[in-house]
Design a protein around this ligand. Structure first.
Ligand code: DAH
Length: 376
């Protein structure tokens, strides 16, 4: 994927993740949650009414990723700061919604798409640049709303909400839920489902009634549809008590041995949760620097996402967190200073000083070379 293309910003560390397909491993927490959701759709709508796809390739065109789902031309998610570009016309999909239109064009009317998605982002215990989403779409025929004597949008919205409330109960047991208005370019109305779990309101998924423009583009102008999207890591972390998102990528037996297909029980009632094993000690490194001045067009090579990419490139999954701990301005110099704390920790072993110093040296070098900062 290191194409040498000027627009390419996919690092080796990210490229290596393609093909892992954690969601296709039956005994992996992500595979388990995926099957639990697929089972729910089988139970609710009848076996195989919804067709499941989980092997669609993650490299998609910018048209599929953005335009096909009506993401506006100037939307931030299109920037190279947020999205991994293979070249100017192709990206690592940043959501499974990228497949909605092509599936509809292929004639699918009730389907689930699960896959790995990629986003440039900050680094902490709940964010990893590769994660997994599941998308659901259901198309209605004209007869369905006419025979009921209701508006198409109302039918779609009502079924969507009752289906997803049922899904939330299937996953979380008997919990309190609420609907929150939301905005997505591809749906109207749009909403998010939140559940009250362990004392907190937790966003579970986004959904809505599909914009007619998408159905028209698919040649389905006389139909209506609903759609939803959810993140599997998010669900697996709360349902199994997994404290760090990097654990999903670990092949440490102490992690993998704890999960088995079929172990899941709604709400975790009587279910074996993840038992953390002792963590290896962290290694902290602070780095202070002056930010580069803005270029003439107002752009700046420095951004937190770019810094995180530089750190990941040098440290791979040994980096646990990158956090801004101090910021001040020097009005005389007209410069801003930042101090970031980088936490290194392995999920599998103790780190040595030498290896972390070598990584940190590389990070500092690349901060100067690639981000244009002045180290202090
Ligand atoms: N694509 C959205 C995201 O990644 C999630 C989503 C929201 C998918 C609403 C949908 C939807 O299909 O209707 O944040």
């Amino acid at each position: 994927m290191i194409t040498g293309d000027a627009n390419n910003n996919v690092t080796d560390h990210i490229f290596e993740k393609i093909g892992y397909n954690l969601h296709k491993r039956p005994d992996h927490p992500l595979g388990i949650i995926k099957s639990v959701i697929e089972d729910y759709f089988d139970e609710t709508f009848g076996k195989d009414t919804f067709t499941s796809f989980d092997d669609l390739y993650p490299v998609v065109s910018t048209y599929a990723n953005f335009d096909s789902v009506l993401v506006p031309p100037d939307h931030v998610s299109r920037s190279a700061n947020d999205t991994y570009y293979v070249d100017a016309e192709n990206v690592l999909r940043c959501h499974t919604s990228a497949h909605q239109l092509e599936m509809l064009k292929d004639g699918a009317t009730k389907f689930l798409v699960t896959g790995d998605v990629y986003r440039r982002d900050s680094i902490d215990a709940t964010h990893f640049p590769v994660f997994h989403q599941m998308e659901g779409v259901r198309v209605f025929e004209k007869e369905e709303w006419e025979s009921k004597g209701v508006e198409a949008v109302d039918l779609a919205r009502d079924e969507l909400q009752s289906t997803l409330e049922g899904l939330a109960r299937h996953l979380f047991g008997d919990v309190e839920m609420r609907w929150v208005d939301a905005y997505f370019p591809f749906t109207e109305p749009s909403m998010e489902l939140e559940i009250f779990f362990k004392g907190e309101w937790l966003e579970v998924l986004g959904c809505g009634v599909m914009e007619m423009q998408i159905l028209k583009e698919a040649g389905l102008e006389d139909k209506r549809a609903w759609a939803f999207g959810l993140g599997l890591e998010r669900l697996a972390m709360v349902l199994f008590d997994v404290p760090d998102i990097r654990l999903f990528w670990s092949d440490d037996k102490r992690f993998t041995k704890q999960f088995k297909a079929g172990m899941f029980k709604a709400g975790g009632v009587d279910m074996q949760k993840f038992k953390p094993y002792s963590k290896y000690p962290p290694c902290l490194k602070d780095v202070s620097f002056w930010l580069p001045k803005d270029a003439e067009d107002g752009s700046n090579a420095f951004s937190e996402n770019n810094l995180c990419e530089v750190v990941r490139d040098a440290a791979g999954s040994l980096v646990e967190e990158v956090k801004l701990i101090d910021e001040f301005e020097n009005p005389k110099k007209g410069l801003t200073s930042n101090c970031f704390r980088i936490t290194y920790r392995s999920m599998e072993r103790s780190l040595t000083d030498e290896e972390i110093n070598a990584i940190q040296d590389k990070v500092r070098e690349n901060m100067v070379a690639k981000l244009g900062v002045e180290l202090r």
